[in-house]
Design a protein around this ligand. Structure first.
Ligand code: BV8
Length: 231
C-alpha cells in the first residue's frame, strides 16, 4: 500500500481576498489606512490602545458580514485535509475563521485569531465575538483584568512554531497560497521545506517575494488555482 505524502500548506491574506476580506499590501489593502507601526505592534497597543482595539473590532465586524464566506480555495483545502488526515497540516497567517468555516478541522493560526481575545493577566485566549476595548474585563481572572486582541504583532513570537517546525521537518510537499512572502518567520518556511527535500509550490496571484525559492509557481486567483491543484 503506497503511503500518503505529508503535505504542509501555508496560507496568507490572498486566499481570503475573494471572500471579501482585504489583504494587507495590495492596493486598497488594510495597511493603507492603518500603517503597520500604528496598529500591529505592542508599542502601538501601549501608546494608543483605542486605535488598536478599533482596528481589530472593525475587522471582526467585517468578518461577521453575511457576504463574507469561505471560497472554493478554502473548501478545496478542507477537502484535502479530509482525504489526507494526519498527513495534512494547514498553517495560516490569517486571523479570520474562513478555513474553519470551510470545514478545516486543524488550523494553526500562527498570527492569532480575530474571534478570540487574550487575558493580560493569565495570557489565556478567550473566545470573543463582539467589539471590546480597555474597559472590557476578562471573566476568567479575579480581580477582573484587561484583555488584548489575540493577535501576534510585529516583534512578538508567532504561535505554534514548535509544531510548525516539527511538521515541516517531515514534509514531502509544501504549498504556499496567497501570501506576499514578506513577513518572517512565515516567509522563511519555504526554505526549511527545501532543506528537507520537499517539493515546494507557490500558488498566488503574482510572484511573491519568495518566488525564487519554490520548485514551481502557478499564478492565478486562489479560488481557481487551488481547486485545480488539489483535484
Ligand atoms: C518575530 C498581525 C521575533 C495580525 C502580522 C524589527 C523588529 C521586530 C521584528 C522584525 C523587525 N524587522 C523584521 C522583523 C521580523 C518581522 C517581519 O518579518 N517584518 C517584515 C515586515 C520584514 N516579523 C515579526 O515581527 C514576527 N515576529 O519575528 O518575532 C521573536 C523571536 C523570539 C521571541 C520574540 C520575538 C511577527 C510577524 C507577525 C506580524 N503580524 N499581522 C493581523 O493584524 O492580521 S503580519 C501581517 O502580514 C498579517 O498577519 C499577514 O498575514 C502577514 C503576511 O501578509 P500576507 O498574508 O502575505 O498578505 P499580503 O497582503 O502581504 O499579500 C497577499 C498576497 O495575496 C499578495 O501576494 C497578493 O498577490 C496575493 N493575492 C491577492 N489576491 C489574491 C491573491 N492570491 C491569490 N488569489 C487572490 N485572489
Amino acid at each position: 500500500m503506497t503511503s500518503l505524502p505529508n503535505i504542509v500548506v501555508l496560507t496568507g491574506a490572498g486566499i481570503s481576498a475573494e471572500s471579501g476580506l482585504k489583504t494587507f499590501r495590495d492596493s486598497g489593502g488594510l495597511w493603507e489606512n492603518f500603517p503597520i507601526e500604528d496598529v500591529a505592534t505592542p508599542e502601538a497597543f501601549s501608546t494608543n490602545p483605542d486605535l488598536v482595539y478599533e482596528f481589530y473590532n472593525l475587522r471582526r465586524r467585517q468578518l461577521k458580514q453575511q457576504t463574507v464566506q469561505p471560497n472554493l480555495a478554502h473548501l478545496a483545502l478542507a477537502e484535502l485535509e479530509g482525504y489526507l488526515g494526519d498527513n495534512f497540516t494547514l498553517i495560516t497567517q490569517n486571523v479570520d475563521d474562513l478555513h474553519e468555516r470551510a470545514g478545516s478541522q486543524r488550523v494553526l493560526h500562527m498570527h492569532g485569531t480575530l474571534r478570540s481575545a487574550r487575558c493580560l493577566t493569565s495570557g489565556k485566549a478567550i473566545p470573543w465575538e463582539n467589539d471590546f476595548d480597555a474597559q472590557t474585563l476578562c471573566q476568567c481572572c479575579t480581580p477582573k483584568s484587561a484583555m488584548r486582541p489575540d493577535i501576534v504583532w510585529f516583534g512578538e513570537l508567532p504561535m505554534h512554531m514548535d509544531e510548525i517546525y516539527q511538521k515541516l521537518s517531515h514534509a514531502d510537499v509544501f504549498i504556499s497560497v496567497g501570501t506576499s512572502g514578506q513577513v518572517y518567520p512565515a516567509a522563511g518556511l519555504v526554505e526549511l521545506a527545501n532543506n528537507v527535500g520537499a517539493d515546494t509550490i507557490e500558488l498566488n496571484l503574482e510572484a511573491g517575494d519568495q518566488h525564487t525559492n519554490f520548485n514551481q509557481s502557478i499564478y492565478g486567483k486562489a479560488s481557481q488555482v487551488v481547486p485545480q491543484f488539489v483535484h
